[in-house]
Design a protein around this ligand. Structure first.
Ligand code: 5RP
Length: 236
């Protein structure tokens, strides 16, 4: 077994980093705002902090729009009033990501909420991404697959069509049954090629019969707070 030397740093606790990023983004929320509430283990900390600020009287009149059933339940539990998405813009949306490039293009959806996230965040005046430093990549697909939400009906045929585009990958199936999104769809986790044009490939995937939405979020994020052991960095 390896020995821990006095000079070794303890492994950074990713939860501490996620919380630091979440709290930083929650500080952008102002009274009266309509805020998109993201999904996942990092967005959770932002939702909790917004709830804490409301409870402490630092904020009032904030309303959330949740991007998943889980975030809806968490928001209500911490005291954030939640309303459905309607055609009005959101002042701000705060969400995590699975990959972040230096240009703030994103892969999202490992948490399975990509469709509601995109529907919500496209209406936000500002989309702020929160993450720990392990999510930084130089190109999309470097570490994570690209989640693609597909209709259940005819899903095997849809997957064939995706493979014909040159995509590897597999249907998300954590247990005996395929993973089911909040919208009743399946997810195909696509392995991206080493070199590709994200916008062009995104259009081809989106144009494939049976595909509902992809986890490519291109040009949507205004900034990202990325937490590392030496502090939280703002990327714009
Ligand atoms: C859910 C998402 C999440 O934001 C993404 O998966 C990051 O999650 P986490 O903060 O748990 O790593 O896109 O659909």
């Amino acid at each position: 077994m390896a020995e821990l030397r006095a000079t070794d740093q303890p492994a950074p606790d990713l939860e501490v980093l996620k919380k630091a990023a979440g709290v930083r983004a929650a500080a952008l929320v102002e009274s009266g705002m309509r805020v998109g509430l993201g999904t996942g283990s990092t967005a959770k900390y932002a939702i909790e902090e917004i709830g804490r600020r409301l409870g402490a009287g630092e904020l009032s009149g904030v309303v959330g729009v949740a991007t998943s059933e889980a975030s809806d339940a968490l928001a209500r539990a911490v005291g954030i009033p939640v309303e459905p998405l309607d055609p009005r813009p959101l002042d701000l949306a705060i969400d995590g990501a699975d990959e972040i490039t230096p240009g703030l293009d994103l892969i999202k959806g490992l948490g399975g909420a990509l469709l509601r996230e995109k529907l919500t965040e496209v209406q936000a005046r500002r989309l702020v991404i929160i993450a720990d430093h392990t999510k930084l990549v130089t190109r999309l697909g470097e570490k994570a697959p690209l989640p693609v939400e597909i209709a259940r009906f005819g899903f095997l045929s849809t997957i064939e069509r995706l493979r014909a585009l040159g995509l590897g990958g597999r249907l998300r199936q954590p247990g005996a049954q395929p993973y089911l999104t909040d919208n009743g769809n399946y997810i195909f986790d696509a392995q991206l090629p080493e070199q590709f044009d994200p916008a062009e490939l995104g259009d081809r995937i989106k144009g494939t019969l049976g595909v509902v939405e992809t986890g490519l979020f291109l040009g949507m994020a205004e900034r990202a707070f990325v937490a590392a052991p030496d502090g939280v960095r703002k990327l714009t």
